[in-house]
Design a protein around this ligand. Structure first.
Ligand SMILES: [Zn+2]
Length: 443
């Protein structure tokens, strides 16, 4: 059975926009992309769904998020000017106040927000990865769930590694056609150097994708380069010694073997030209999180340089605790606007990052992130009828600069209509909403 989605415009991303376009799908795959006339002639018995005042784009990819933290939207506003206090309040709330079911509900609510915003794949880092994976599966998202590992104390490395391995084994058993397991040593200041090395070895021997926060804050920079600042003080209070390597974060991660895993690195704000060359050489990928970076006052990553040097760069919302929405179209607009302090990054370049770049970040280039015959049927119908979208001269410009995730009318993942007619069809959103209010009251 063939389904044909037609719209005023189709943006395949890897080809020019098609006016009066259509995308035909069979099962989980796209079988044709072209004008409605061409596609309907080829598939005469196909069931046609028409969206005359809309644009069809590839499913958007959120390359870096923590859906389990969705309950913390707006919860840390008073701490966000002080990164250490922000992290501490977040960690205490997650570990001491949220039950396993709270974490699951939080991730599922985040997954609903994602598909409502046209996100079809996520790179999700989670401390309770099994709960996140359950949530993503139920809602019907595609992606990688990265099991986080923490451990700044070198004395606890064997214990921490054993814990990681057992959690990953559990996660692997739960993998599906759409969702893979990965590992995430959290950050340079929360995982000691020995543990970084062993996780890198583990990821390579088990062929696990690896994601890590890198070169994000000024505090991290002082920690790695000079061995001073709030993170060092925090470790000293716990009687943990830290000898700073005295190099950049990227250089440090290279020395620890992390770059050999072709990692996905979130943030990469504090990187110089030499670091960027290292990213190119090692095929490391960047999850660019411009709104989170700006909201926490961490600064601005050099997106234009990444694009010019052809680093694979996707867009990430990070958690809503620092954003406060999971909306990749909004992220794309923001990314283009602030990058223009360096050069005129175009609407097309950030739409590419939100789709093709994200696909590269998740190791899925060629199967998602574009609309072409043979690729996975992940697509989004974006309505163009809003007051804020009329008139329209160029559909790419309209999608990036006038639209947001709130204009999404339908989200299709692997051929399945996950969001349509204003509701997520795979899960009971009203039950989740009630539970979210309970969790918020508790926090
Ligand atoms: Zn993050």
């Amino acid at each position: 059975m063939t389904t044909i989605y037609s719209a005023r415009w189709v943006i395949p991303v890897t080809a020019a926009p098609i006016e009066n376009g259509a995308v035909a799908i069979e099962g989980t795959r796209i079988v044709a992309v072209g004008t409605l006339e061409e596609v309907a002639t080829r598939y005469q018995t196909g069931h046609v769904q028409e969206f005359p005042q809309s644009v069809i784009i590839p499913g958007l990819i959120n390359a870096h998020t923590h859906l389990e933290l969705t309950a913390m939207r707006g919860y840390l506003e008073n701490e966000e000017s002080e990164f250490f206090a922000w992290l501490r309040k977040l960690t205490v709330a997650r570990l001491e106040r949220m039950t396993e079911d709270d974490i699951y509900v939080s991730a599922a609510w985040g997954a609903c927000e994602a598909v409502r915003a046209g996100i079809t794949s996520v790179g999700d880092a989670s401390d309770s990865a099994a709960m996140s994976m359950k949530a993503l599966k139920e809602v019907g998202l595609r992606g990688i769930v990265f099991q986080e590992s923490f451990g700044p104390d070198p004395r606890l490395v064997p214990e921490n590694l054993a814990k990681l391995k057992s959690k990953v084994a559990e996660l692997r058993d739960a993998e599906s056609n759409l969702i893979r397991a990965g590992v995430s040593p959290h950050a340079p200041y929360t995982v000691c150097s020995k543990q970084l090395e062993l996780i890198s070895d583990f990821a390579q021997s088990e062929r696990l994708p690896l994601m890590m926060h890198a070169a994000e804050s000024a505090a991290e920079d002082s920690f790695v380069r000079e061995g001073c600042g709030i993170f060092v003080d925090g470790l000293a209070r716990r009687d943990i010694e830290w000898i700073a390597p005295g190099v950049s974060t990227i250089q440090y991660l290279k020395e620890r073997g992390i770059l050999e895993t072709k990692p996905l690195l979130a943030h990469c704000i504090r990187v110089d030209d030499e670091d960027i060359e290292e990213l190119v050489k090692t095929s490391s990928k960047v999850a660019h999180c411009p709104k989170s970076n700006a909201k926490l006052g961490h600064g601005r990553a050099p997106l234009a340089k990444f694009l010019d040097r052809k680093v694979d760069v996707g867009l990430g919302s990070d958690s809503v605790a620092s954003n406060n929405t999971c909306d990749i179209l909004e992220e794309a607009r923001f990314a283009a606007l602030i990058a223009r302090a360096d050069r005129f990054v175009s609407a097309k370049e950030v739409l590419d990052a939100a789709t093709l770049g994200g696909a590269a970040c998740l190791g899925l280039k060629g199967s998602i992130g574009e609309l072409k015959e043979g690729s996975q049927a992940d697509l989004v119908v974006l309505s163009l009828t809003g007051c804020h979208q009329v008139p329209l001269y160029d559909p790419v410009v309209s999608a990036v600069f006038s639209s947001s995730g709130r204009d999404v009318a339908m989200t299709v993942i692997a051929g399945k209509e996950v969001y349509k007619d204003g509701r997520v069809v795979t899960i009971d959103e009203e039950r989740l909403r009630g539970r979210m209010l309970e969790i918020a009251a508790k926090l």
